[in-house]
Ligand binder design. Structure first.
Ligand SMILES: [Zn+2]
Length: 226
């Protein structure tokens, strides 16, 4: 029997993964892939309501993320629970992500494009760079030698796809999973304060990305072959 292929999507906040690659993950899950989502921060600054408790917000957003993952058919969600807005690119974060990659052994990895010009949110850049560099530490045996000795050996994913990419070079067909992507986004109820306008923009983006590649709907990425 062929081993189950695995995908790993790493986002800074609850909802980033659905925005970036929700349709693609749903597609992979339907095709029998085992999918894992890692969320780096607890999202506890994701509100414009001054009365909202950041502690309660963090708990709510984990529940929402679990519900969104269930919509996509994603089997596993891991929360790293760093404080929202305070994530920094450090060797420790790079090593942590490298160990998840070695342990989970995904063929495909998805994350933020840290080179996206004028992207405001610092957590998105920190995660993007830490994943890129974490893949190098996961893949090359002279990194993390103690873990190699423990049996957490090297792992080289086949591809890394950067979502919301500055220069996309690959589009996934999500015609069949467009509505699943938006059902998953809908699970992030606490983030719908901005109204439906934002969701409409996302939908327009998916339709445009798809049409440019000859599909009904798509998610565009910068693909890096590893
Ligand atoms: Zn985000």
């Amino acid at each position: 029997m062929k081993p189950t292929p695995r995908a790993l999507a790493i986002g800074a906040h609850p909802d980033d993964v659905e925005v970036g690659c929700g349709g693609t993950l749903a597609h992979l899950a339907r095709a029998g892939w085992h999918c894992t989502i890692i969320i780096a921060t607890n999202g506890n600054k994701g509100s414009h309501d001054p009365a909202r408790s950041p502690h309660l917000l963090a708990a709510t957003r984990e529940e929402e993320q679990r519900a969104a993952a269930a919509q996509l058919g994603v089997q596993q969600v891991l929360f790293l629970r760093y404080n929202d807005g305070e994530l920094e690119y450090t060797p420790a974060l790079r090593m942590e992500l490298a160990l998840y990659i070695r342990h989970l052994q995904p063929q495909r990895v998805f994350t933020h494009d840290p080179w996206r010009m004028y992207m405001l949110h610092p957590d998105h850049r920190a995660v993007g760079f830490a994943v890129l560099d974490g893949i190098v530490s996961a893949r090359d045996h002279l990194y993390l030698p103690g873990f190699t000795q423990l049996g957490i050996g090297v792992w080289r994913p086949a591809t890394l796809d950067l979502w919301m990419a500055e220069q996309p070079n690959h589009t996934e067909d999500i015609s069949d999973t467009l509505e699943t992507k938006f059902a998953a986004l809908d699970a992030h109820t606490s983030q719908m304060q901005a109204g439906r306008e934002w969701v409409q923009r996302m939908r327009q983006r998916a339709l445009e990305a798809g049409q440019a590649a000859g599909y009904l709907a798509g998610e565009a990425f910068r693909r890096i072959a590893l």
